[in-house]
Write a protein that binds this ligand. Sequence first.
Ligand SMILES: Cc1cc2nc3c(=O)[nH]c(=O)nc-3n(C[C@H](O)[C@H](O)[C@H](O)COP(=O)(O)OP(=O)(O)OC[C@H]3O[C@@H](n4cnc5c(N)ncnc54)[C@H](O)[C@@H]3O)c2cc1C
Length: 489
Amino acid sequence: MRRRPARREPTGPETSLLARLHDVLGEDGLRTGRLGRATYRRDASFLNAEPLAVALPRTRQETAEVLRACRDARVPFTPRAAGTGLAGGATPTGEAGARPVVVSVARMDRLRELDVANRRAWVEPGLVNARLGRAAAAVGLRFAPDPASQIAATLGGNVATNAGGIHVLTYGVMSQHVLAVELMDADGVVHLLDGGRAEQTGLDLRGVSVGGEGTLGIVVGACLRLLPAPPAVGTLLAGFPSLERAAAAVAALVTSDRLPDAVELMDARAVSLVEGYAHAGYPQDAAAVLLLEYEGLPAGVDAGVGTAERLAAEHGATSVVRAESAEQRARIWKGRKAVAGAIAKRAPDFYLQDVVVPRSRLGEMLDRVVAIGERERLEILTVVHAGDGNLHPFVLFDRREDGVMERVFAAGHDIVAAALALDGTITGEHGVGIEKRDFLGEVFDADDLAVQRAVRDAMEPSGLANPDKVLPTTVGCGEARMVPEGAWV
Ligand SMILES: Cc1cc2nc3c(=O)[nH]c(=O)nc-3n(C[C@H](O)[C@H](O)[C@H](O)COP(=O)(O)OP(=O)(O)OC[C@H]3O[C@@H](n4cnc5c(N)ncnc54)[C@H](O)[C@@H]3O)c2cc1C
């Protein structure tokens, strides 16, 4: 167990900043006490640091005043929304010296406009993803990005992390659904990046800002694309006798003439854990299950389901069940989305990895994850957005166990290294944050990184917006640490 760092009292300039923030936000909009700040020490990762204060602005004007106060005091700020991020992006690390102010956008959560005629929505950043989904469904539309965290994660957070989800295979990640971003810089000025239309005008700064992870400023609004709700949906649950057969079935499904809209894989550990928790009806004798979905006109959906049934059988499926009702379909997906909740009954801590490999190497990667778990004596269960080769191994542990963190970090490091060795990459959807910051040098060379830094410096010249995140420090190739020293407690 690491010892909790000694409490730091605010310095003189910090005290002046806190007084100014109090004038802007009042008692209810500012947390400066130990307890109030403790809640904002970490996101859903275990990366952990103490903020100077937590600002909870209710309006754009208040947000601008908070950022101007930080700028004048030369104190960095960490944007935060629901805190479901898994890469420590919203963790207020202060490696640059000063402790940051966490600026939570959670209270700015209005659906500003549901523009049915133009199939788009203008939203505030704190609006929760699932709330937009429900509002769109009520008028026959649909917001496609559906991260498993969608009942809590916000749209601002989804923009900032370029979130993915279960239907990425055909609908793409968040970036494909963002028509405009309103980005507030460290001077409190809002820049409209693109105009909310399908067509792009000028340099694609909207594209640059999606996935900025708070390093370019604060997303204070966004215009999002809505799609027509599909007239028919077919959902299948298939059990396989081995991970290899399930992975081979995935390869066959995504190269067939009927591309599924979602292909999710869960290993036996995930299946058994979830079944006891969500009662989703998953086959308990299977070594792996696939969850498949086809959307569109009824005839196309039926044809897709037929193809999937045939290919599953050809790859040795031991069971194939088609959802017969909306309730059964919801139950099947509830199981997939309940994995993190189910884990809480099994282990006090988990470390959720996020790597990508080419689909054709999925089987190899799954084998490597199993071997890493055995080597580090850690229980690892894996769920996969299999259609796009995006694996999420959950490493289960209890941080109170002596020496366990070293094994957890070693497992995380080796999972990322294995993905890179298989021609994959370090993150599919959770982002880089602080967790994988020093791994970026394994993906891009120094010249590529210099361009990224130059763009960031041009868009955010103050250097105060989430300064320690995403872009690596001076760590050289091969020296990358899984998690920077001192970033967890
Ligand atoms: C159980 C579970 C399942 C998950 N499943 C998925 C999944 O399927 N797909 C997926 O992509 N992710 C998934 N995630 C990760 C997480 O939900 C996403 O990264 C999500 O987009 C984060 O949204 P948030 O509102 O919680 O943002 P936060 O965690 O608060 O912040 C995330 C990052 O965005 C920045 N940020 C937040 N709001 C703003 C803003 N308004 N302006 C600028 N920067 C901002 C923060 O500084 C930070 O760097 C999952 C997480 C959990 C816990």
